[in-house]
Design a protein around this ligand. Structure first.
Ligand SMILES: Cc1ncc(COP(=O)(O)O)c(C=O)c1O
Length: 316
């Protein structure tokens, strides 16, 4: 759909991070295991289990006006993911916070995107993570090119993926692990259908989330979103919308299980994510949502979100 999405590196949601040669973001220096190194020299071993098995975890974080949005919340989620996969970080949360600030300022990022990654580290070709050496940590700070503005005005069309979200009992989607194949294969369904996002159902057939965004609906003036038992990433943008953005315009958000039919029949649908922020959905498969345009409450939420983060981006 978006021309640039084929050529650019992309965030989880699909919004392109500005790309240099052959899809690699133009980045000066990377923080890698305690040192700032030029991007071209920032290398991870082919024996790293992060590469061999997707064994590791990561965060995607936004910088607005030189403030790192919800940095503390992202760090807490990162360390919770690490603990869930039995990865003991060699760096404290404060040290990683300093590393992020250093990388952002070293690359002169006023408005951009930060990627924080812990890989399991170098190991044997067997699965056992405890045979790996010290894990590898790195921080990339890059520019970000957002979804085109007309998608915020006119709405983002999405499809319902056939592929289901991995059940909590198998690999809890609240762990932001380096293994995104479940989401990638649903994303391929979206791209093959000519759109940028796909709604993923859980194994029970309830709506869980999208491939890189959380999802909300509005019916008869009431906002609701799947509750955490659906099996999804506990989005930091989702939480911000529930706790701060929606209340600021006089709305509460109900968290409960949702069928996919409720989304087809909604007056408005919108997605939330670090890269996408708050974006309205105008069509699901071939069904128009509401009158096929971004609705008034979504428009207000998007505007409110933007004024919050640009004027007063909280780092907590
Ligand atoms: C699978 C998935 N769901 C939801 C989200 C939105 O989460 P957040 O608002 O923390 O970016 C993301 C992005 O990180 C994601 O990858």
């Amino acid at each position: 759909m978006s021309d640039s999405s084929d050529l650019s590196a992309t965030c989880e949601s699909g919004a392109p991070v500005s790309a240099g040669v052959a899809g690699m973001p133009q980045v000066g220096n990377i923080w890698l295991d305690g040192r700032m190194v030029p991007a071209k020299e920032a290398k991870v071993s082919v024996f790293d289990h992060g590469l061999l098995y997707g064994d590791g975890c990561f965060e995607g974080i936004r910088v607005y006006n030189s403030r790192i949005f919800k940095l503390r919340s992202h760090l807490k989620r990162m360390y919770a993911s690490a603990e869930s996969i039995h990865l003991k970080p060699r760096w404290s949360m404060d040290e990683i916070e300093d590393a992020i600030r250093m990388t952002v300022s070293d690359n002169d990022i006023e408005n951009g995107y930060v990627r924080l990654v812990f890989t399991r580290g170098v190991g044997t070709l067997g699965l056992n993570p405890f045979h790996c050496t010290e894990h590898t940590a790195f921080v990339i700070a890059a520019d970000i090119a957002l979804y085109p503005e007309e998608l915020y005005r006119n709405g983002l069309p999405v499809v319902v993926a056939k592929r289901r979200r991995i059940p909590i009992e198998c690999l809890n989607p609240e762990i932001k692990s380096l293994n995104y194949l479940n989401n990638i294969l649903a994303k391929v369904e979206a791209i093959e259908a000519g759109v940028l996002e796909a709604i993923m159902l859980n194994a029970r057939g309830e709506v869980a989330e999208c491939t890189g965004d959380n999802i909300f609906l509005i019916k008869d003036g009431k906002i609701s979103t799947p509750d955490l038992t659906a099996g999804m990433l506990h989005g930091i943008t989702r939480q911000f919308v529930i706790e701060e953005v929606a209340p600021s315009i006089g709305h509460t958000v109900e968290e409960r299980p949702h069928t996919v039919d409720e989304f087809f029949e909604a007056d408005e649908v919108f997605l939330t994510g670090t890269a996408a922020e708050v974006i309205g959905v105008n069509r699901i498969d071939s069904t128009d949502i509401g009158n096929g345009r971004v609705g008034p409450i979504t428009t207000e939420l998007t505007a409110k979100f933007r004024s919050f983060v640009r004027e007063d981006a909280t780092e907590n």
